[in-house]
Design a protein around this ligand. Structure first.
Ligand code: NAD
Ligand code: TYD
Length: 339
């Protein structure tokens, strides 16, 4: 079996690469990644030691490069993680989100059709469903929930999902889509809530909480997401959407206070800053379909997962310190400088 993993130098893609190498030592895995600011080859250092893994630097929107690669490698399965993934950046500059997330998906699907890929899997997000109100905790996103996006990021991901469904219906592409809730765990880029708060707390910097910190996200340990995708690409039904999430709803302020408590840092580090534009209030996934059809349930409970994650950032300081000392510093000053 030969699998193309796009975006494998990023957070979830790299965790998926390691998950697959460990679980299927005889599979061949090729990672295609443009190494944008979010991609980091250091993350794949251990994978590179494996003869069944190879890395190709390239952009998923580069049709000639993608077609050459598909012709040469004859992939059985394609799993598309490559994306611009940060909501705040999409508010600042939407264009690259449309290019990578929508047009890149199209290029990968065209190549999958032309070179007879047996399964194309699109890694999507629960953000395509928009948000839920705080005062109706019984409401959750199912696969039937209408698409209703809030940010340029979620609009680009939703557009890609619709395009995947169109390719299934019109061209018979054997594709599946998964829509997962917020992930956390190792190799998470420090612009996102959990790693940003861990890094700032360790450096005794203020922790910028948007608005009142009451927004709710449904957190899933990244390995559980990888397992769900593994089940979908092997046993999921073509043309189907699968929601992935583990009933782990937490307010942002709870997350931030938990991190401070684990690290033994004072709550006085918390600073409330101006809210994100169009800020989604609550995400919550109903995973009944994937549990019923594929037997998936999350294995890591939040209390364990967050401790494992904090430990990982403590034990891998150079990984994130290298990032925050580089060009990321300019981003941080721009986003938080006079917020
Ligand atoms: P990330 O930003 O950490 O990584 C994205 C990777 O894609 C990087 O390695 C980057 O270099 C690469 N990339 C970007 N543009 C590219 C291009 N044009 N060509 C090739 N490679 C390119 O993102 P992530 O958090 O790992 O998310 C991966 C996928 O999962 C995304 O599609 C995202 O929408 C989806 N998702 C993320 C979450 C989450 O909580 N992080 C939740 C649900 C779904
Ligand atoms: P984020 O990690 O960017 O993921 P997403 O927006 O895709 O859910 O943000 C998670 C939540 O944390 C979201 O409600 C915004 C909030 N947040 C802050 O309060 N402060 C921050 O510095 C960041 C990055 C996020």
């Amino acid at each position: 079996m030969k699998i193309l993993v796009t975006g494998g130098a990023g957070f979830i893609g790299s965790n998926f690469v390691y998950y697959m190498i460990n679980k299927y030592p005889d599979y061949k895995i090729v990672c295609l990644d443009a190494l944008t600011y979010a991609g980091n080859l250091e993350t794949l250092e251990n994978a590179m030691k494996n003869d069944n893994f190879s890395f190709v630097k390239g952009d998923i929107t580069d049709r000639a490069l993608v077609f050459d690669l598909f012709e040469k490698e004859a992939f059985d399965i394609v799993v598309n993680f490559a994306a611009e993934s940060h909501v705040d950046r999409s508010i600042d500059n939407p264009e690259i989100f449309l290019k990578t997330n929508i047009l890149g998906t199209q290029v990968l699907m065209d190549a999958s059709l032309k070179f007879g890929v047996k399964r194309y899997h699109q890694v999507s997000t629960d953000e395509v469903y928009g948000d839920l109100p705080l005062d109706k905790p019984e409401l959750m996103f199912t696969e039937e929930t209408p698409i209703h996006t809030s940010s340029p990021y979620s609009a680009s991901k939703a557009s890609a999902d619709l395009l995947v469904q169109a390719y299934v219906r019109t061209f018979g592409l054997p594709a599946t889509i998964s829509r997962c809730s917020n992930n956390y765990g190792p190799y998470h880029f420090p612009e996102k809530l959990i790693p940003l708060m861990i890094a700032n707390a360790l450096n005794d910097k203020s922790l910028p909480v948007y608005g009142e910190g009451l927004n709710v996200r449904d957190w899933l340990y990244v390995e559980d997401h990888c397992e769900a995708i593994d089940l979908i690409i092997h046993n999921g039904r073509v043309g189907e959407v699968y929601n992935i999430g583990g009933h782990n709803e937490k307010t942002n302020i709870y997350i931030v206070k938990t991190i401070l408590e684990i690290l033994g840092k004072p709550e006085s580090l918390i600073t409330y800053v101006s809210d994100r534009k169009g800020h989604d209030m609550r995400y919550a996934i109903d995973p009944t379909k994937i549990t019923g059809e594929l037997g998936w349930t999350p294995k890591t409970m939040f209390d364990d997962g967050i401790r494992k994650t904090v430990d990982w950032y403590l034990n891998n300081r150079s990984w994130w310190e290298n990032i925050i000392s580089g060009e990321y510093q300019d981003y941080y000053n721009k986003m938080y400088g006079d917020r």
